[in-house]
Design a binder for this molecule. Structure first.
Ligand SMILES: [Fe+2]
Ligand SMILES: [Fe+2]
Length: 249
């Protein structure tokens, strides 16, 4: 592994550690937002999705870290575990503020289980979570701010988004250096596994009882459209390039 990558990851881990102590405090004292019962139901569903996503990602990072050889990459993952647990606690507090109850189960738990049971390189799980799940979470945070018109929610979600962007940056940096070192056949298998995970996971989200609140926002064509987006976004990670893309079907 290059000394440059190690140095960049150490800098990212330092940045993450500093960010944890420098987060501005949030004002929880203001009045809760006045939401219609339909919007309140939406808000509770959205916040529950975030809680489940944060806790699932924390579990994935904690269990994956020992499988990563590079100490600076492990440090980034362990700082991320603390970030995600902190995010989950913030969302739980917000859920309480709007009078919601936490869901007992989240569709990403199955995705974590499948990611951790992948027998090949740990880069597969990092692609699933640090590129796709975190990328979707960032996009969903933007939409959530439109749904939940509350200055506190806007502030907390922007604070969380800064951490998520750092997690995505870690994934892209680490993967762009490690994935091209894997044999072509292994990268093809990772790609196929990732695609199956995407379609199985999003089908569970839209068809399962957990997805009922936001299912209307995710028509079937959304899955294919978003996967097409992720094919383009996966290219800079080094999973494939323009010349080898045709072999990844
Ligand atoms: Fe998070
Ligand atoms: Fe994250």
């Amino acid at each position: 592994m290059s000394a440059t990558l190690n140095g960049q990851l150490e800098a990212l881990a330092d940045k993450g550690g500093r960010a944890q102590s420098e987060h501005p405090s949030l004002d929880w004292e203001g009045m809760p937002p006045k939401l219609t019962s339909w919007r309140r139901g939406m808000a509770i569903g959205i916040v529950n999705q975030f809680i489940g996503g944060e806790e699932a990602t924390a579990r994935l990072c904690r269990d994956l870290a020992p499988r990563i050889c590079l100490a600076s990459a492990r440090d980034c993952l362990l700082i991320q575990v603390e970030d995600e647990m902190n995010h989950a606690a913030i969302y739980r507090r917000y859920l309480n503020r709007i009078g919601g109850r936490a869901s007992a189960h989240h569709f990403l738990e199955e995705v974590v289980k499948r990611s951790l049971s992948w027998k090949g390189a740990p880069e597969a799980a990092l692609l699933a979570f640090h590129v796709i799940v975190e990328g979707e979470a960032l996009a969903f945070l933007d939409e959530a701010r439109d749904w939940i018109q509350d200055p506190l929610f806007h502030n907390l979600s922007r604070q969380i988004a800064r951490d998520e962007a750092r997690h995505v940056a870690f994934g892209r940096l680490y993967l762009s250096q490690t994935l091209p070192c894997l044999p072509l056949q292994e990268r093809i298998e990772i790609y196929r596994w990732l695609r199956a995970l995407w379609f199985d996971g999003t089908t569970r989200l839209t068809k399962g009882r957990l997805g009922s609140v936001i299912a209307t926002a995710l028509p079937h064509s959304w899955m294919q459209k978003r996967w097409d987006h992720w094919i383009l976004a996966l290219q800079p990670t080094g999973l494939f390039d323009g010349a080898t893309l045709s072999e990844f079907s």
